[in-house]
Design a protein around this ligand. Structure first.
Ligand SMILES: [Zn+2]
Length: 423
């Protein structure tokens, strides 16, 4: 895709970038990094700042019991199914400034531009910052989106973080009341469509020289927590044949997962062990217990299922070999979810009006959209990011590219909310 000159944008780019910068100051690590763990003090401060911008944009804003921040722009028919825009503002412990943030601030910018231009949408528009998209703190993501759409599972409030703080305690400290979950039901059909702007978090758009892309679907992840148990002993005295070393068993699984994910060259399969806890964690004690996470993804569910079966047999074999017991807890298991055709059409034609022909691509990472896909039509816009780096303080997307993405979000929302297609 080539572009001779930057197209005129209707949104207020400077305001958008000022807000991105300002939000990045909260929980700032190093020069460019961010740590705003879900339901932390930093997260709360971020949410409050974003809330003030929602009000400035002409929305009424509130935080729901699940910790979601929701801003509402009144439409001509408040009874009609709403158009929802948004993403998240929580981050990884070692995260960047743009992941999630541009989707929330882009949504606010879109609404504020409408308001300033005197546009009244056909239906209410809701701009949302979903709670705990990342899932790193309680080992299960998309909490706010699943809460809002009535998809929470048994025991979620009892999940604890590394410091033993449960989700229930964290929600209470955040100012939310988990008691309000009782009796909450999602009103089917209340959301007409959901649009999310997000950085790509991968290298595809950059390789194609394209500032923005249209997402075709999201390949859902399989998340496990695996626990292997052997027997502790003195590192200096227990002879090798007598050992039941849980960490050695675990090491074999880590290597095997990497090999399984690489097996088919060119396939988008990815496998990661990103978190490991060793007990008793001492240099001269044989590791007795190891708990680690598994993240396995593929756009083709059949291939992912096959890799999953193989990984299970690797775990079984490694444990037999080293005299270990094991448990596998499945934390998340999502199938691929595809974006709706009519929203892709809207995005294509609005992009064309901007002089763009965005490439279309699948998303390996999951997003709030994954959850929303179960209750409404959804569409996603990706913004090019440098070297595909994300979940890292070095994450970078240029202001020009972000502005283009936000402009496309604005124009698509304007088209949907003008109500031309009613009837
Ligand atoms: Zn994100």
């Amino acid at each position: 895709m080539t572009m001779n000159k930057a197209p005129q944008t209707s949104i207020h780019s400077q305001r958008l970038h000022r807000r991105i910068e300002e939000l990045a100051q909260i929980g700032k690590i190093g020069e460019t990094g961010v740590c705003r763990l879900a339901l932390s003090k930093e997260d709360r401060a971020g949410v409050e700042l974003v809330m003030s911008w929602m009000e400035e944009a002409g929305m009424s804003a509130r935080i729901d019991p699940f910790g979601n921040l929701i801003g509402v722009l009144q439409g001509r028919n408040p009874e009609a199914p709403v158009l929802m825009l948004g993403s998240h503002v929580d981050s990884q412990p070692y995260g960047g400034r743009f992941d999630g943030a541009i989707g929330v601030l882009g949504a606010i910018e879109a609404v504020q531009t409408m308001k300033e231009n005197g546009f009244v949408p056909a239906m209410n528009i809701e701009a949302v910052a979903f709670c705990d998209e990342e899932g790193c703190r309680f080992n299960k993501g998309l909490f706010g989106a699943r809460g809002m759409t009535g998809k929470l599972e048994e025991g979620e409030l009892e999940r604890a973080d590394k410091n033993g703080i449960t989700r229930r305690q964290a929600l209470l400290a955040f100012g939310c009341d988990p008691a309000a979950f009782e009796g909450y039901t999602f009103e089917e059909g209340r959301i007409a469509a959901f649009l999310e702007l997000h950085i790509e978090q991968g290298p595809v758009l950059e390789a194609l020289g394209a500032p923005v892309g249209i997402v075709t679907g999201i390949s859902g992840p399989l998340w496990w927590t695996v626990e292997m148990t052997g027997f502790a002993g003195h590192a200096g005295s227990v002879p090798m044949p007598m050992r039941r070393d849980a960490l050695v068993g675990c090491a074999k699984v880590i290597v095997a997962l990497d090999e399984l994910a690489r097996r088919e060259p060119g396939a988008p399969t990815v496998g990661t062990v990103g978190s490991l806890t060793v007990f008793p964690d001492s240099r001269n004690i044989i590791p007795e217990k190891v708990s680690f996470t598994v993240d396995l993804r593929d756009i083709e569910l059949g291939r992912r299922d096959e890799r999953e079966r193989e990984l299970r047999s690797v775990i079984d074999k490694a444990c037999a070999e080293h005299g270990l017991r094991y448990t596998i807890r499945e934390d998340t298991n999502s199938e691929p979810r595809y974006c709706s055709e009519w929203l892709k059409d809207v995005l294509r034609s609005e992009a064309a009006a901007l002089g763009l022909t965005p490439p279309e691509l699948m998303s390996g990472p999951f997003h709030d959209s994954l959850t929303m896909s179960y209750v409404c039509d959804y569409g996603m816009i990706f913004v090019r990011c440098k070297d595909g780096i994300s979940h890292n303080p070095e994450e970078y997307a240029s202001p020009e590219d972000i502005s283009l993405g936000a402009e496309l979000l604005y124009r698509a929302a304007l088209s949907i909310a003008s109500g031309k297609g009613d009837g």
